[in-house]
Design a protein around this ligand. Structure first.
Ligand SMILES: [Zn+2]
Length: 171
């Protein structure tokens, strides 16, 4: 039986729960037909995620928690930005108040064309306060993971640093 270890292609089902006002709620979950597939040790997943499933095999289930600081980091005020309201106006000077309002998540793009998301925290006549912390920043991550497949990565997969075939790249 193959064990989860470095350079194995691992398929898992997982559920991630985080605290929301004193209650654990599901933040993310793999779909039954669509397990998460990754190369163990390739740096795709959180290091503590990998260390908690190391040595497991198909059929094993494991529950574990990862502290926020080892997960998506702590919530930092440094990741808040005040952006001039003019940046949110269309060419006619109008603002889409359905989108630009506190609580809404906006797609943004940096100078290099990378897309990311920001949460609108506050809107004034002058500025929009955007929160660019990861949505799970400051949250302890509670995972339930079941191993559904383990196989050796091919030389090509290791060279590319990603999985080929089902759940991976097709190219
Ligand atoms: Zn490839």
């Amino acid at each position: 039986m193959l064990l989860v270890m470095k350079n194995m292609v691992v398929s898992v089902h997982y559920e991630l729960k985080v605290d929301d006002n004193g209650q654990l709620v599901t933040a993310d979950k793999s779909a039954p037909e669509n397990p998460l597939v990754f190369i163990q040790g390739s740096g795709m997943l959180l290091p503590e995620f990998e260390s908690n499933i190391a040595g497991k095999t198909v059929g094993d289930s494991v529950d574990f928690s990862i502290k926020a600081e080892n997960g998506y980091g702590l919530h930092s005020e440094e990741n808040l930005a005040q952006i001039p309201i003019d940046s949110f106006k269309d060419k006619d000077g109008n603002i889409d108040t359905n989108m630009v309002r506190p609580g809404s998540v906006l797609p943004m793009m940096d100078q290099n064309g990378h897309q990311f998301q920001g949460l609108v925290r506050e809107v004034t006549d002058e500025i929009v306060v955007m929160d660019f912390n990861h949505p799970l920043a400051g949250k302890d991550l509670n995972f339930s993971v079941t191993i559904v497949d383990v196989r050796a990565a091919t030389a090509e997969e290791l060279e590319h640093g990603h999985v080929h075939g089902p759940g991976g790249h097709h190219h």
